[in-house]
Design a protein around this ligand. Sequence first.
Ligand code: ADP
Ligand code: MG
Length: 709
Amino acid sequence: MSESRNIADYFGVDVFNDKVMQARLPKKIYEDLKATMREGHELKPATAEVVANAMKDWAIERGATHFTHWFQPLTGVTAEKHDSFISVPTPEGRVIMEFSGKELVKGEPDASSFPSGGLRSTFEARGYTSWDCTSPAFLKRSAVGAVLCIPTAFCSYTGEALDKKTPLLRSMQALNIQALRILRLLGNTTARKVTPSVGAEQEYFLISRDNYLRRKDLIYTGRTLFGGMPSKGQEMEDHYFGSIPEAIGVFMHDLNEQLWELGIPAKTQHNEVAPAQHELASIFAECNLATDQNQIIMETMKKVACRHNLTCLLHEKPFEGVNGSGKHNNWSLSTDEGFNLLNPGKNPHENTLFLLTLSCIIAAVDRHADLLRFSAADVGNDHRLGKQEAPPAIISVFLGEQLEDIVNQLISTGEARSSKKGDLLHTGVTTLPDFMKDATDRNRTSPFAFTGNKFEFRMVGSSDSISSCNVVLNTIAAEAFCEAADRMEAAEDPVAEAKQVTIDNLKEHRRVIFNGDGYAEAWKEEAARRGLPNLPTTVDAIPALTTEKSIALFERFGVLNRTELQAREEIHYEIYAKTINIEARTMLNMAGKKYIPAVVEYVGRLGNSLSAVRNALPEADVSVQTELLLECSALLSEARMAMAHLEVVTGEASALAGTDMAACAKAFQEKVVPAMEELRSPIDHLEYLVDKNLWPYPSYGDMMFQVGS
Ligand code: ADP
Ligand code: MG
């Protein structure tokens, strides 16, 4: 076992952070760069030149040979193209290491192979990456050295966003402007910036790499497409927060060290509900940085798992029958002075700014529930949402007892006179201290829950970028703040008007507040009565992106224009269709090449045994062999027919891709997904009947219970 190092000694050593910049940049350049970061101007070329040079020296000293513009195209994963630092060799044959300001600030990857949703034709392939200097450069290490990664935004030749970072930065700008207006109108004269703070909790599965490599479905699709439940699943509730087995602990330790070196404050780790499932949460950061860091966390999890002969599964539903994985997006609003607008304080009923902020967010979420739902739409997530393990596909807001009481007071009397306080918790054990409870219990079933001083959006899928949901949250909040600020500016007494806006928002949008059990069937009916949208699948949710209401919202705040939104809609349909197509083809391959031959073999053996026994002893009881043979043969022919059907519908759905992507995605959802179920069902059933020695793939039990139990 390696000796533990002191975290403080190596936290952030692979990040070109403030400390490094201060040490390595001339004072004037440092100040210029900081001002750019703070105020969002463009970086001066002369400054960029000096910064690039310092960055290069630092990176080379730490073992880097290459640099890359690291960006987040609409594929959902990060992209990079490495260039070495060497420049044209000198006449004597030496090389000089170079990295110019231009190379730091701007890059030009060939954009033609990234999804653009029709924003670019392939012959107009230009796309540019440009440095997001508010997210620090870092070194990505591998066995062969290190690469300097420069976080960048990615746009087309005509300036349309082709990535997940550009709209996020735009939405943060919009929110900042509108939130500052509110602060000024309520008398704050000192804050210079309001930024969303985001902390993501990341769930994942770990299985042995050997088993992973034996499952074609995991390799091609990230999830198991076949597999019967083992005798034990998660019903004992013994995995959640269970003691962490050593094999997993070693992985977590290695992962944490890697993340700490990258300046990512990995904080909490624990076992999750399903066997082989775990979670990692890092400490919150500014929204765009937190988004970058979450991408790095996912990448690092996969890389580190490999080193331990494990595989990290980030898919939302790797195994049917046990919980899948999600990501909680904790979101609040902080000023550059460290003040959180969502902090209720001791007496929330007297806190005008807090109540106004709260009411604006409630209004925003109700008005754009469909968009927020869309922001968590992802093929894999369709297996989780609304399935008793994750929030329903219906958006509602949980406030808790204390705030709900204040909301009720405001709505019924126009005034809030008191805040409920937490009581003393009595444990009944004299040696345990009694302590004050929180004023509100938790609710784990709400998609959007107020948790003390932040909102927690719990719908996002584990493999998804958190960019989309934050783009939506920031923009819808900006709109609600803008409307409030407009009214307050026009009023004689802005503070009195703020109170009135609060009451109006709450009255108009109280239908979205729900403190009950979001998993209950009754809630679906109640939500329908309240007129709240219920968009169960990705294909149902995608149209929300391009309603006239959404386009008006995004255009008004300069986050995404009509063309960009339409492109994104197209890409979402395309990703959906392609994913299901790959899943269907993988199933056909596994069934045709492995499962069916294995069952044929087993059925043959049963038949042989049956005739052998009959021959040897005509009066012997062969009812077991006969029943098994009949059952297996029936399931075998059911599987064969299901294969034929799946093949047909997959072909029909794919054929629509060229003409109408929405219709194509819909065909995959309505025809192919059920046909996949039809094939899975007989084969999963057969897994219980067929001799395990003949079964071609590792079982659920093998995969979920082999590491660390
Ligand atoms: P839980 O109890 O729901 O698991 P924690 O309090 O441990 O939540 O926090 C979960 C995540 O929320 C962490 O990433 C944490 O850093 C983040 N978080 C805490 N406070 C805030 C805040 N004010 N704004 C945004 N994120 C926050
Ligand atoms: Mg949480």
